[in-house]
Design a protein around this ligand. Sequence first.
Ligand SMILES: Nc1nc2c(ncn2[C@@H]2O[C@H](COP(=O)(O)OP(=O)(O)O)[C@@H](O)[C@H]2O)c(=O)[nH]1
Ligand SMILES: [Mg+2]
Length: 187
Amino acid sequence: MGISSSNPLASFKKFSRERGVKLFVAGLDAAGKTSMMYRLKNFQQNSAEFEYGVYNYCENIWIQNIYFINLDLGGVMRFKDLFQLSYQENIKGIIFVVDSSDRDRIEDAKSDFQEILRQELLSGIPVLILANKQDLPGVMTVDEIKEKFELFLIRGRSWYLQGCSMITNNGLSEGLEWLSRAIQSDS
Ligand SMILES: Nc1nc2c(ncn2[C@@H]2O[C@H](COP(=O)(O)OP(=O)(O)O)[C@@H](O)[C@H]2O)c(=O)[nH]1
Ligand SMILES: [Mg+2]
């Protein structure tokens, strides 16, 4: 399996370490968010450990010069409450991770995604949608997810949909490269 040896966060090195950049990672539980964090962390030495809040659905971590706020959606609490609890200013980019194998919950994922887009605090912020678990057979294709999420309706922000796998590491670098470019052309 083509495991890439280059750092998927290389494109973020342009952002100064001093100022850093804050990214908001969200998706239903089991989408692959924590796997992504470990995948990215493996490329770093001496990076901080996960910093869990009072609640186990939010894990925050510095990797390289990036502060990730990683939120599990789809639980008992509404997204709004979750977002307020974990709320941080100055989020520059959103990564929404979708489990492409989870057809049963694709509508739940979509409604959480749309709620994120409705947050005033996140308005205009570029969003990367990762159609994860593309290594599994028979999963929803990138085109299928694009349709289901009605991405063509998005206005007023840049977005990008990338198929990927946190197991084979395919697609992650491409997605993050897009996000780093989108953030830079935003500011
Ligand atoms: N086949 C496959 N499994 C994955 C992938 N990403 C995550 N998983 C598995 O999905 C489960 C949930 O992943 P996790 O990262 O904990 O999801 P989170 O709840 O979003 O943080 C774990 O068993 C992972 O090993 C992927 O790309 N392909
Ligand atoms: Mg997790």
